[in-house]
Design a protein around this ligand. Structure first.
Ligand code: HEC
Ligand code: HEC
Length: 339
């Protein structure tokens, strides 16, 4: 389903190299939500949707209601404030609808669980002021346009309540990072990639392709869903080197500010275990200065001279291998047969 009047065409997934001529972000990093190519199987409006890992059930209409966050795992987080579960009609959508009730986030938006509350408040202010924008200039990108609308309409007390709530939740990393030279043909749907049913494979090139092995779980907003990110061979080791040591003459280490395990320090946000495509979109936005908020200057300096391959490498490392316990959770690099 395509909700935007324009901008729903799927970008090409051809192996890109570097930023576009306009200095903007590459299209493959923004998988859109193309219109259905054939007749859609009509969901039975009265049949509740269930998931194997939850006792809850929701009608199809409840899963697309921006003023109600479907909560598949109520035990996984503390009680949600009203703004997170229902938002405030008519303009402020429920934070938990997009960011999920426990703030685990989806690759097209952002994980909010465990971010410092003051950082959350500042980002919403930057989005509202228009100083934090998308580095994608090729047309509308609905997820961020809607976030901007939320930032414009949310009251200060709503934002504060949401910020305090999300900062008290714990992020559960759900991305498995896999290094590959070649990947199956992928197609964009619902702001994420899935394997294309036509089969075949293609070169990955300099890209991160984050995808949902089970599209239904993604569409139903399951917060325990697992994603896979294909990254270029050698990225994680290269990313570790940059994150911990920096690159002489190019950038300082990330860990100096974000913490040894990229777990965040003070008001500086954590990076460990977060969606690598989200992280990469942000790094590019600092580079293009589309992300130009109140405290963006240190990050703009960090990425100013970095190449796309190195931005990919640090994003892959942060998602895969940083963080205190990620190796115990099985999120370190591993091969999955047949993937
Ligand atoms: C319609 C979907 C949607 C809703 C509803 C929504 N957001 Fe977002 N939010 C997004 C997207 C998409 C982004 C990613 C922006 C980007 O890429 O720069 C985002 C990013 C953010 C960020 C930045 C996170 C970071 O790590 O820098 C914060 C903070 C945030 N949202 C807070 C909120 C709060 C608070 C609410 C509820 C009042 C809310 N959002 C409601 C879609 C949404
Ligand atoms: C001098 C301190 C400093 C260093 C060094 C630094 N960062 Fe940051 N980083 C920050 C600050 C401050 C922010 C918040 C920026 C803002 O609010 O706009 C940030 C934000 C980010 C974000 C956005 C997170 C989000 O939730 O949206 C990413 C991604 C990031 N940094 C990655 C890195 C990487 C990768 C490196 C190393 C190559 C690095 N940083 C090095 C200070 C630093």
């Amino acid at each position: 389903m395509c909700l935007a009047a324009t901008g729903c065409a799927a970008p090409q997934t051809s192996p890109g190299g570097g930023l576009t001529d306009a200095g903007a972000a590459p299209a493959w990093l923004y998988p859109m939500n193309p219109p259905p190519s054939g007749p859609e199987k009509a969901a039975d409006a009265k049949t509740p949707v269930r998931l194997p890992n939850s006792r809850q059930e929701f009608l199809p209409a409840q899963l697309t209601d921006r003023f109600s966050a479907p909560d598949w795992h109520p035990q996984s987080h503390s009680p949600m404030p009203e703004i997170v579960v229902h938002g405030r009609a008519p303009d402020t959508y429920a934070c938990g609808f997009c960011h999920l009730p426990g703030g685990q986030g989806r690759p097209e938006n952002a994980a909010l669980a465990g971010l410092p509350a003051a950082y959350i408040v500042q980002q919403v202010a930057d989005l509202k002021a228009g100083t934090r924008r998308s580095a994608w200039h090729g047309g509308p990108y609905l997820p961020l346009d809607l976030m901007r609308a939320v930032a414009m309409h949310a009251t200060a007390s709503d934002v504060l309540a949401a910020a305090e709530y999300f900062s008290a939740q714990t992020l559960t990393p759900r991305v498995t990072v896999i290094e590959r030279k070649r990947i199956p043909h992928m197609r964009a749907v619902a702001w994420i990639y899935v394997k294309d049913s036509s089969g075949g494979d293609e070169a990955l090139g300099q890209r991160i392709i984050e995808w949902a092995p089970d599209l239904a779980l993604h569409e139903h907003r399951d917060d325990e869903i697992r994603y896979i990110a294909f990254v270029p061979t050698g990225s994680v080791a290269r990313g570790r080197e940059i994150a911990l040591q920096g690159l002489p003459g190019i950038t300082q280490s990330c860990s100096g500010c974000h913490g040894r395990q990229l777990q965040g320090m003070g008001l500086i946000p954590p990076l460990a275990g977060r969606s690598p495509s989200y992280l990469l979109r942000q790094l590019i936005a600092f580079q293009t200065k589309d992300r130009n908020g109140l405290v963006a200057a240190p990050m703009q300096a960090v990425v100013a001279k970095m190449q796309l391959a190195d931005l990919i490498a640090v994003s892959a490392y942060a998602a895969a291998d940083a963080g205190p316990n990620l190796h115990l959770l099985g999120h370190t690099l591993r091969a999955i047969p047949g993937q």
